[in-house]
Design a protein around this ligand. Structure first.
Ligand SMILES: Nc1nc2c(ncn2[C@@H]2O[C@H](COP(=O)(O)OP(=O)(O)OP(=O)(O)O)[C@@H](O)[C@H]2O)c(=O)[nH]1
Ligand SMILES: [Mg+2]
Length: 444
């Protein structure tokens, strides 16, 4: 079967079904209620949460006040120095500082369902298919990439060396990365010869197929790689990355997603460095309806994470997500601090952290590659979160990361809404890039 046909069958039909469903059930009140009432044990916090969420449309992430938030003045210099000595939180002298957002604040040992319900406003978005999310999120890249490909194909009658040279430029301009492009062009040339393709129009399909192959490389299983979970208890995810890439935002989105899958989630405010960072995470906790363990600004992140683990365990949480301060790759101290956080997690829960997720901002292009290389040297990055893919016309960076660094892209940020986080799926990605061509595709 042709590759475009395969993608059309998989993704276009899915979207048609979605549309049909929407027409038939413009708004399904039963489903909307579900998420709220399931947590109704905590009714008193419900009005507060829904008050912060508009009825119809959710606020864009860039409105989150925490980031701009006020400088927190309760940093306690001496205490944090004590902890700096040894994050050995076996001596939990930190406990009294532990703060907790949510209904159980002040009583972290309580084991009831302390989660806040998250607003039903996002229900509609959750019904959106993966295909339509990738299509929307990749609009910028698609517009630039497919118009260049179409232009190229229109100008050539046969597939020759010049054609490949120009194609090489198109791919490089989409940030696919020189090494990956070379590899890809070589494979394309072979494939075109093997199938004896003369018509440049037909090459479009082979390009799309090769993009998926290049992503998976030798790993020809071609399966979507989700986040690793701990089958025997608390799952811990550690987020790392440079300033402003989208760590905290992604944590909020992920917490929302895991919670809507029925998991009990808690967060640890491990960014004690940037002013306003703790409040930003707390706000996400409120918005999504999960607990946040925090200490004061300037305290030792390893101690926060330690307390986060203890709080998560005592609450019977399924997942703990740890935020950390954005750090420059060359700041030795910050990098050491990160190792310390990781050591504490490893010591407390064998096999944890189950993912060390490096967040990269897709709009920074090749700079993201160098960040990935440096982080991978100091900590075992298990997966990449590529944020702001919606904000760039150069989404090809996904392929370069996976192909050149051999680190899987596990999640992608496709927009500013809390629901705009998706597990990376190379087929859906390619569909997002070639959506127009795939939708119009008719087999001859
Ligand atoms: N368009 C778009 N914006 C995003 C996405 N992810 C994050 N952002 C925006 O990126 C900005 C920075 O996000 P943060 O989550 O604060 O980044 P951070 O890595 O935690 O930053 P530091 O705490 O300063 O290190 C915010 O304005 C977010 O709204 C995305 O997928 N798409
Ligand atoms: Mg942050």
């Amino acid at each position: 079967m042709s590759f475009f046909k395969k993608l059309k069958d998989k993704f276009v039909k899915e979207q048609d079904a979605e549309e049909e469903n929407k027409d038939q059930h413009p708004s399904d009140p039963a489903e909307g209620d579900g998420s709220v009432s399931s947590d109704s044990a905590d009714e008193e916090s419900s009005p507060e949460v829904s008050a912060s969420l508009p009825e119809k449309e959710e606020p864009p992430l860039n409105e989150e006040p925490g980031r701009r938030g006020s400088v927190d003045s309760h940093a306690t210099g001496t205490e944090e120095e004590d902890r700096e000595e040894d994050a050995d939180p076996d001596v939990p002298g930190t406990e009294e500082e532990e703060g907790s957002v949510g209904p159980e604040a002040g009583n972290p040992v309580e084991d009831d369902e302390g989660e806040r319900p998250s607003g039903a406003v996002e229900e509609e978005d959750e019904k959106e298919t993966i295909a339509s999310k990738f299509k929307k999120g990749l609009a910028k890249t698609r517009n630039s990439f497919s118009s260049k490909i179409n232009d190229l194909v229109a100008r050539y009658r046969t597939v020759d060396e010049d054609f490949f040279e120009e194609l090489e430029e198109v791919l490089i301009s989409a940030d696919v990365g020189v090494t990956t492009v070379m590899e890809m062009i070589e494979e394309l040339e072979m494939e075109v010869k093997r199938r004896n393709v003369q018509d440049p129009q037909k090459v479009k399909e082979i390009i799309s197929e090769k993009l998926v192959d290049i992503y998976y490389g030798d790993d020809d299983a071609g399966e979507v790689e989700g986040l690793t979970e701990n089958p025997d208890g608390l799952t811990v995810y550690l987020f790392v990355g440079v300033n402003g890439v989208g760590k905290t935002t992604t944590i909020g989105k992920l917490a929302h997603r895991l919670k809507s899958e029925g998991k009990k989630v808690t967060l640890a405010a491990g960014d004690t460095f940037r002013a306003g960072a703790i409040e930003q995470l707390e706000e996400w906790g409120n918005r999504v309806g999960v607990n946040v363990t925090k200490h004061s600004e300037g305290s030792d992140p390893a101690a926060v994470v330690y307390d986060g683990i203890k709080a998560a365990e005592s609450r019977g949480a399924d997942v703990l997500i740890c935020d950390t301060a954005g750090r420059l790759q060359n700041k030795v101290n910050l990098m050491n601090e990160l190792s310390k956080v990781k050591r504490v997690i490893e010591r407390e829960i064998p096999g944890a952290p189950h993912e060390v997720l490096l967040v990269l901002d897709a709009t920074t292009g090749q700079n993201a590659m160098s960040q990935a290389k440096t982080f991978a040297e100091v900590t075992d990055v298990s997966g990449i979160v590529l944020s702001k893919l919606d904000g760039t016309a150069k989404g090809g960076i996904v392929l370069a990361i996976r192909n050149e660094l051999e680190i899987p892209v596990k999640l992608v940020g496709l927009g500013e809404k809390v629901t705009d986080l998706e597990t990376f799926d190379a087929h859906a990605f390619v569909y997002g890039l070639f959506a127009d061509m795939i939708e119009e595709y008719e087999e001859d």
